[in-house]
Ligand binder design. Structure first.
Ligand code: PEP
Ligand code: MG
Length: 757
């Protein structure tokens, strides 16, 4: 059964569309379970029906026609209960309903399991048998496993409108089901997608149509010729290898001569597909054929075909190189969009970014924030290969992507874009005004930065300094550790750009999701692993070099603050301080008389540091609350996992209590406290932070004027009262609503964005 399951899943994973996948499933499951019927029904939610979409055993003509209400019959029972039903004699069940249109016989044995995706039942898979029988445990497991595998594929297909005949009378785009990801950069964008993908990766090639098949034919034939030459040369060069290995190249050449590979691809090009996707479909078809063979030797050949396919693809790609063309309003889409991909698009044309991997702390997301480009990251369900040249709405607030949305959604988001533009124009007047509450409390606003290219925007934002400079980015963009001198130059530029205002440089915070290619850390659980200060303390060589570079950069400036990430104990603070003092003393001894001792702060972003806050504040000059990590560690919600993104809540009552405790302890000890996580840039959260008595807030440039508006509109006393009110509430949703109501009442409703309502 296990082997059968593996095969079915493999076949289904490479099916060319959902229809194909469903038909494969029903016929394979029927064979494996040796039953009389296997069928798949899918939910047509807008019409409140469940529809027969594929069957092996019932009348094929009933497909798409048999529609039941969502609670009707045994199929409805499984759908509404969202749990399997296994009956020896279905007909004796009170909810049994005979479906004459399906050509149903007197089936007794009945097993049906729901297909569930993110808590929603998308449909069911059922098997039926004439004989009275209860299906066995492993047969149930087979169906449950296949249903789980199928769920994602159905969600994909729904998102791109690839399920023919399911939603009766409703056009696909009227469904408006967003694909969920994580917010990478706040804001909303509407544009046309361009899929970026790594070279020579067959699976990554998007489906793309061409209106110039003749050109594509030429490109393809040229690539075949080049591949033949490459293989012939290789074959001649490897005569020293055993004959068996040499034979591989001869086999490749034979495959290249074979009619099927070449002519099938040409056929697809003539149907209107560009050479790369025509080749991809042909090669994947061959791979599937070989992968499903019983014979081990033949099954292994699938790898050879893949390799050959990649070689041809590489030649197609190098033959069709040229200046890339971008839409006027380009939204970059990819499995892993890189910073280089982003930089490649002319700034005037780039409006949005979507990546199926990564998170808000990915390099490319930071860059998007610096450029003010809305981004959604970690959208794992994104059907990337089918997303080329599609109209997309990117909701960077909520982390949602709408594919080919309805006029209603387009209208709603166009309105938001317009409102945002108007709001930005209005807020611009605040740039030169102080960040002071109506009752006279000054809350300086700082920016978070990580790239030198951020600097002009940061300097131009009205910020009073840099509250968090993530030093890991210069490390991530190199292929080796940057030298002391290289680091020093970067830090000096940053310190000078805000001088005499303070600039907080955070020591290296790698590990977690921020890895250096040249310092790989492979761990089962990286966020609980070797990261931040733990690495620095274990590698005094790296730590001392960085501290020295920071202090040398501050020579004669006196605006350097050093911030220590991921502090989990008092011991780590003591040890770090020892290094900092030592480096400073040595520099003074070396004659650098104008290097002041920097202020040193601890990031409070781990619950253990919250519980030891009274001790920590006595050791440092300031603390900075890293709410991005604090929230993930308090709530046990991975900040980079879109499956649990809904549970990640800055306003969870436990988070509020933790942040309040930190601020109170710092204030009591006269230590300045800032907030530098995303919470600081969220208007509702900023209101609470004001009420708690935070001394300063640090955020991405795009949020700065919005938060200044909040500060200038709410007195400290009012914010304090709001804090007391929300402390009586039991969940984050109620807290957000209460704060949003307060924003609206004060005339700041324009700051409340979708998903934050
Ligand atoms: C945080 O954790 O809140 C923070 C500001 O740091 P980072 O997002 O870089 O982990
Ligand atoms: Mg952090």
């Amino acid at each position: 059964m296990l082997e059968a399951m593996r095969r079915i899943i493999q076949e289904v994973n490479s099916a060319k569309n959902l229809d194909h996948a469903l038909n494969l499933i029903v016929s394979r499951v029927k064979q494996v379970i040796k039953t009389d019927v296997c069928s798949v029904y899918l939910c047509d939610t807008p019409n409140q029906q469940i529809v027969l979409m594929a069957t092996d055993g019932l009348q094929p003509s009933a497909v798409g026609k048999v529609r039941l209400n969502l609670t009707e019959g045994l199929i409805g029972l499984v759908t509404s209960r969202a749990e399997p039903v296994n009956l020896a004699n279905a007909q004796s069940h009170p909810q049994f309903k005979f479906l004459p249109d399906t050509g149903e016989e007197n089936y007794s044995g009945f097993l049906c399991v729901p297909i569930v995706h993110h808590r929603t039942v998308l449909g069911v898979i059922s098997v039926q048998q004439v004989e009275v029988r209860t299906f066995k445990e492993d047969e149930l497991t087979l169906l449950v496993t296949i249903a789980a595998q199928l769920a994602g594929a159905i969600a994909h297909a729904e998102a791109v409108g690839d399920i023919n005949g399911l939603h009766q009378g409703i056009r696909h785009n009227e469904l408006d089901r967003p694909i969920k990801g994580l917010s990478g950069s706040a804001g909303v964008a509407i544009g046309c997608s361009i899929v970026v993908y790594p070279p020579a990766d067959l699976e990554a090639v998007p489906v793309r149509k061409t209106d110039k098949p003749e050109t594509e034919v030429k490109v393809f034939l040229k690539a075949i010729k080049a591949t033949k030459k490459e293989l012939t040369d290789l074959k001649e060069r490897v005569t020293h290898l055993p004959e068996e290995d040499q034979a591989l190249f001869a086999a490749y050449l034979l495959m290249l001569e074979s009619k099927t590979l070449v002519s099938k691809t040409l056929e697809r090009i003539h149907q209107g597909y560009w050479a790369s996707s025509a080749l991809k479909d042909t090669v994947l078809e061959h791979i599937n054929l070989f992968s499903s063979m019983e014979d081990d030797y033949l099954r292994e050949r699938a790898q050879d075909i893949r390799d050959l396919g990649r070689r041809i693809l590489m030649h197609i790609q190098s033959g069709s190189k040229g200046a890339k063309t971008y839409h006027k309003q380009t939204i970059l889409v990819g499995h892993e969009v890189t910073a280089a991909d982003l930089m490649d698009v002319p700034e005037s044309k780039l409006v949005g970014l979507v990546s199926s991997t990564g998170s808000g702390s990915s390099h490319v997301a930071i860059l998007a924030r610096a450029l003010g480009v809305p981004a959604v990251m970690g959208a794992i369900d994104l059907p990337i290969n089918q997303l080329d040249s599609k109209t997309l709405v990117v909701d960077g607030y909520q982390g949602n992507i709408y594919i080919e949305p309805s006029p209603r959604v387009m209208e709603e988001f166009s309105q938001i874009i317009q409102e945002e533009n108007e709001l930005s124009a209005e807020l611009r007047v605040l740039k030169s005004l102080p960040s002071i509450t109506p009752d006279g409390v000054h809350i300086p606003l700082f920016v978070n930065s990580g790239l030198l290219s951020d600097l002009p925007a940061s300097q131009n934002s009205g910020a009073e300094g840099i509250g968090l400079y993530r030093t890991e980015f210069p490390f991530m963009t190199r292929d080796r550790f940057p030298s002391e001198d290289e680091q020093c130059k970067i830090y000096r530029q940053i310190l000078k750009s805000f001088e005499p205002n303070p600039v907080t440089l955070r020591t290296l915070d790698i590990g977690g999701d921020k890895n250096l290619a040249y310092f790989p850390i492979s761990e089962e659980n990286p966020f609980l692993g070797w990261r931040g200060i733990r690495i620095s303390l274990d590698h005094p060589d790296i730590f001392i070099t960085q501290l020295k570079a920071m202090m040398l950069a501050s020579d004669g400036l006196d605006n350097l603050n050093i911030l220590l990430p991921m502090i989990t104990s008092v011991t780590e603070v003591h040890e770090s301080l020892k290094y900092i003092h030592k480096v400073h003393e040595e520099l003074i001894e070396d004659g650098y008389k104008n290097i002041c001792m920097p202020k040193v702060g601890a990031m409070i972003e781990v619950p253990s540091a919250v519980y030891q806050i009274d001790r920590i504040v006595k050791l440092v000059d300031f603390v900075s609350i890293g709410t991005n990590d604090l929230v993930q560690y308090i709530l046990a919600v991975d900040r980079n996992n879109s499956n649990v993104a809904d549970l990640y809540d800055n306003l969870h009552p436990s988070v509020i209590q933790a942040v309040k405790q930190i601020i109170q302890s710092a204030s009591k000890n006269n230590v300045s406290v800032s907030v530098c996580g995303e919470m600081a840039g969220d208007p509702a959260c900023a209101l609470l932070l004001l009420g708690m008595g935070a001394d300063m807030l640090s955020m991405s440039v795009v949020s700065l004027l919005k938060i200044k508006w909040v500060i200038r509109s709410f007195s400290y006393a009012h914010a304090k009262q709001l804090l007391e009110e929300v402390e009586l509430l039991e969940d984050g949703v109620s807290v957000r609503k209460h704060l949003n109501d307060a924003l609206s009442e004060a005339g700041l409703g324009g700051l409340i964005r979708p998903g934050k309502r």
